[in-house]
Write a protein that binds this ligand. Sequence first.
Ligand code: SF4
Length: 217
Amino acid sequence: MTELWSDDRLRWGMHELFKLIPNALGALHAESPYQLLIAVILSAQTTDAAVNKVTPALFAAYPTPAALAAASPADIEHFIHTIGLFHTKAKHIQATAQQLVTRFNSTVPQTHPELESLPGVGRKTANVVLGDAFGVPSFAVDTHVTRISKRLPAVSDKASVRDIERRWTTALPKTEWVQGHHTLILFGRQYCMARKPRCAECPLAAYCVTGQELLAQ
Ligand code: SF4
C-alpha cells in the first residue's frame, strides 16, 4: 500500500509551494461579501475568467441583495447566459438574494450552517466566502486540490472532499489554510495539471509518488 504523506511532509510541501507561488490570491473579482458569494455560486464548473466577464454588468444591474431578490430568473439569465449551468444558477442566486434579505438583514452570514442553508451554496463555496470575505480560517477543496492531494498522496484514492479538507487542516496551522488553498489551486493550474503535469520542475517531485512514476517513464 502506498504510504500517505505525514503532517510534517505536508507542511514542508506547502512551504515549498509558498516559495514557488508567493502570495496566491483568489481570481474572482468582487468588492463585497455579497458580490463574492454570488461570484462563487456562479463559478461552479465554470472558469473564474468566464465569471469575471459577466459579473460587472450583473452587479451594476443588481448592486444589492434586495435588487437581485426582486429580479426574475429570466432577467438574470440575460446577464449570465455565457457561463455553464446558467439556468440553474440564475434561480440559485435570485433565491439566495431573497434569503439574504429575509433571513439575514441583507448581509452575508458568517457561519457554515447558515451559508450552506442558502440555495446553490455547498461546503466549498462556504469555505471560500468565509476565508476570502471574512478572514475566517477555512480550506476549500476543489478539483485541483483533490487531484494534487491524491497524487502526492496526502490522502487515499477513495478520500472524500471532507476527508481532504480534514487532512490539510490537520497538517497546516490555521494561519495557512486560506493561502494554502489558493496556492494549491494555482499550483494545479500552472504545474500539477490534470494532463501532463510539469513534474521535472516541481519542488515536490522527490517525494511525490505520481511524480516519481511519471519521471521514470
Ligand atoms: S511531482 Fe508532478 S504529480 Fe507530483 S505534485 Fe509535482 S507536478 Fe504534481
